[in-house]
Write a protein that binds this ligand. Structure first.
Ligand code: ADP
Ligand code: ASP
Ligand code: MG
Length: 424
């Protein structure tokens, strides 16, 4: 008998009909002889609604209280799904993160799973239940509620799969797998049958929202067999594994609208300046992604870097202090940027990919503001308005285009609009 851990995202459980469809699928898997665990996200966009509600009473809600509020979203869906399964005559029990034994670090809103005491879930499985677990949440050693960062239910599922020794972990969402680009931005995106952990990690880190990066890290570290599938079809989806069968030079393109670019202008070019600025930002626990320091002119230089857009408010006082301290002229913030990344294991052995990328962008009149690379990734910062054109041009230039155009299966107009706004 095999153990299957599944995860259903917000869209997949957005309304009672979809919850019942998930319930029928899970009962079918149990009837086929699997032990079944299902991790669920909050229904539809209810996490966004809860965040908005918090901001109506406090523009910077205390992180601890926000976690308690946000954890309710997943509790609604887990209990509703258990009820739906019961209505079909099968046995199900739902568990909060705490009840499931998910122990995390203490960082509210961005906690990491440190370990899972899964005895209670194992007992429920032994008793013949389909086990439902609230995603995205856990508790610290001292019993404080935490959440795992947006998209964190993916990580709950993979961590549970590792802890329970599952044979397979399936992440169900509204697309039938991992594509060569977000199919909503690049309609000619092609579905990949397999993708390697390393490539998926770079894609997720570069903004491909189909899987949370931490989930891929867990899967790689604990050798969890991971599959991305659609909750609305029986398509086999994409298998994420050690080495992909297709060793394409470029396997995919990802974009990320969530960063903002900061430029400190007129910085006196003396020793220790960068250490001072980035030391102060690090002390505020704000992650810096890309950094560029311009050539100095007459003893002054400009330093540009990117940070998560949602950290800007916390960053401003740090920058004000640093500008005064350094005797710099000013700082500018540009929120209208996109990070565009090309990812492919074949880059390791094929030179010239960066040059080709830059050429395609320049042929399309797209200015590159910053560049960064890893062994299997090249990222550039460009004007957000050019992001769609850039992705489509690169997709074609690197021979990724599919014959078919992506067909939407289940989402309503409102759901698609909400998705388009995601990431800002
Ligand atoms: P869920 O709410 O189920 O977790 P998400 O919205 O987090 O679903 O993730 C699925 C979405 O990820 C898709 O609707 C798609 O628009 C987006 N996406 C971004 N990049 C990719 C990609 N490379 N392949 C597939 N989907 C992608
Ligand atoms: N509900 C949470 C979110 O919207 C977690 C998740 O969906 O994975 O981010
Ligand atoms: Mg998600």
């Amino acid at each position: 008998m095999s153990l299957l851990v599944t995860k259903f995202g917000g869209t997949s459980v957005a309304n009672p009909e979809r919850v019942l469809a998930v319930a029928r699928r899970l009962v079918r898997y149990q009837e086929e002889g699997h032990r079944v665990v299902a991790v669920v996200s909050a229904m539809g966009k209810s996490t966004d609604d809860l965040v908005a509600l918090a901001h109506e009473v406090n523009s910077s809600p205390p992180a601890r209280e926000l976690d308690i509020l946000l954890s309710t979203g997943e509790i609604v869906s887990m209990s509703i799904l258990a009820m739906a399964i019961a209505s079909l005559g099968a046995k199900a029990q739902s568990f909060t993160g705490q009840q499931a034994g998910i122990v995390t670090t203490t960082r509210h809103n961005k906690a990491r799973i440190s370990h899972i005491k899964a005895v209670r879930l194992e007992r429920a499985l032994d008793e013949g239940n389909i086990v439902i677990v609230a995603g995205f949440q856990g508790t610290t050693r001292t019993g404080e509620l935490t959440t795992l960062g947006r998209g964190g239910s993916d990580t709950s599922a993979v961590a549970l799969a590792a802890a329970l020794g599952a044979d397979l972990c399936e992440i169900y969402s509204d697309v039938d797998g991992v594509y060569t680009a977000d199919p909503r931005a690049v309609p000619r995106a092609r579905k990949l049958d397999t993708v390697s952990y390393d490539e998926m990690l770079e894609l997720a880190a570069s903004g491909a929202g189909v899987l949370q990066m931490r989930a891929v890290e867990f899967a790689r570290n604990f050798k969890v067999h991971l599959r991305c599938r659609s909750a609305f079809s029986d398509d086999a989806g994409t298998l994420i594994k050690e080495e992909a069968v297709e060793q394409a030079i470029v396997s995919g393109i990802a974009y990320d609208n969530s960063e903002a670019k900061v430029t400190i202008r007129g910085v006196p070019d003396t020793m220790g300046i960068a250490a001072g600025v980035f030391g102060a930002i690090a002390k505020a626990a704000i992650n810096v992604d890309m950094i560029v320091q311009n050539i100095s002119e007459h003893g002054f230089t400009d330093i540009s870097f990117t940070v998560p857009g949602d950290e800007l408010e916390r960053l401003r006082p740090v920058l004000n202090e640093q500008v005064a301290k350094l005797g710099a002229r000013e700082y500018l913030v540009d929120e209208s940027i996109t990070k565009l990344s090309l990812v492919g294991a074949g880059m390791r052995t094929n030179p010239g990919i960066a040059a080709k990328m830059f050429k395609v962008l320049s042929q399309n009149n797209i200015n590159i503001e910053m560049i960064s690379t890893s062994a299997i990734r090249i990222s550039v910062i460009i004007d957000a308005e050019k992001a769609t054109v850039a992705q489509q041009a690169l997709h074609t230039a690197f021979d990724l285009d599919s014959e078919q155009i992506f067909q939407e299966t289940a989402l309503s107009k409102e759901e698609l609009e909400a998705k388009a706004k995601k990431g800002r």
